[in-house]
Design a protein around this ligand. Structure first.
Ligand code: ATR
Length: 297
């Protein structure tokens, strides 16, 4: 098998480049979404894929590669590297420290490497675009899950001013640990609920967010009774394969405004692209169609 670093350099062919780094990385849609922007703005750059194993030496090699290569502008990180990369970087943005994970690495003009997290930004931008009337301060919200994505969404919703955030996860101790990580300032606004009572947690909320993997292709569906969910509530499922999860289909059928996970993916990409290639970008319906086609959706 050829060395993935050599492959990436060959593809970049002397142009500035970034890449999605993870294990596995073949299924990532990031090359499609960044490739769209490169083409749209006529930028002579490249965004590729770099498979890097979960192993300290492999991650150190990545960091050394980014530092040594003049055309390397940075990378995105997906599983399993979002946390392990943090101590290897020169700077970590305070928002990423707060979330506890890095998904974007940017090489600064002085050559140092900065870690950022764009998941929260992407989540909020997609929510605002998909449900412009939603107001954080208007009432309680409920979030299902307590994994990596949940951390970014909780940090963002608390910062946006949600007065009460109910976090409900199958493993309750993980939800409690998540809430504890926001103590002392914001912890009081986070209320941990029981998974068995997730239907009851929907009482009076303005927003329901699914950050679990339930409903994703090849995973079990999310079993959730929506009877208590107000019709005015927004339902946001960050799963994007499939685009229309059973949760979103059920919510749409009863009149709730819905936001799917693809827009979050597109918006989170903006932070890296703008830093690497120096071009402001926006998410368009055409880009969404191009990436959705790439998903086979
Ligand atoms: P990510 O980083 O993408 O958020 P993750 O850290 O693996 O992914 O988190 C997956 C989330 O889906 C967790 O909240 C997990 O619940 P547990 O903490 O109990 O594991 C949730 N999840 C996965 N499978 C589930 C299932 N069958 N029933 C309920 N929750 C499930």
């Amino acid at each position: 098998m050829s060395d993935p670093y050599e492959t990436l350099l060959r593809e970049a062919n002397g142009r500035p480049f970034a890449a999605i780094v993870g294990w596995p990385v073949e299924h990532s849609r990031s090359p499609a979404l960044h490739g769209y922007w490169l083409k749209q703005h006529g930028i002579d750059g490249h965004y590729g894929r770099l498979p890097v194993e979960r192993d300290g030496a492999a991650l150190r090699r990545l960091v050394a590669f980014l530092r040594a290569n003049a055309n390397a502008r940075g990378c995105n990180l997906t599983l399993p590297h979002k946390i392990d990369i943090m101590p290897l970087l020169d700077h970590v943005h305070p928002d990423a420290v707060h979330i506890g994970a890095v998904n974007t690495v940017v090489k600064r003009a002085d050559g140092s490497l900065e870690g950022r997290n764009s998941d929260g930004f992407g989540f909020l931008a997609a929510l605002k675009a998909g449900a412009p009337k939603w107001r954080a301060a208007a009432g309680p919200a409920v979030l299902l899950g307590a994994g990596g994505a949940a951390h970014a969404v909780v940090a963002t919703l608390v910062q946006a001013g949600v007065p009460e955030l109910r976090v409900v996860n199958r493993t309750q101790s993980a939800a409690a640990a998540l809430a504890a990580s926001f103590m002392p300032e914001d912890g009081r606004r986070i209320v941990v609920g029981r998974w068995e009572e997730r239907g009851k947690a929907l009482d009076g909320v303005t927003l329901l967010v699914n950050t679990t993997s339930l409903g994703m292709k090849d995973q079990p569906p999310l079993d959730l009774d929506l009877a208590r969910l107000p019709e005015t509530a927004v339902v946001d499922d960050i799963v994007y394969v499939p685009l229309e999860t059973r949760l979103l289909a059920a919510a749409r059928a009863r009149g709730n405004a819905c936001v799917d996970g693809l827009n979050m993916l597109l918006h989170q990409g903006r932070m890296g692209f703008e830093a690497w290639f120096g071009q402001e970008v926006d998410v368009s319906a055409e880009q969404r169609r191009a990436v959705a086609a790439d998903l086979g959706a």
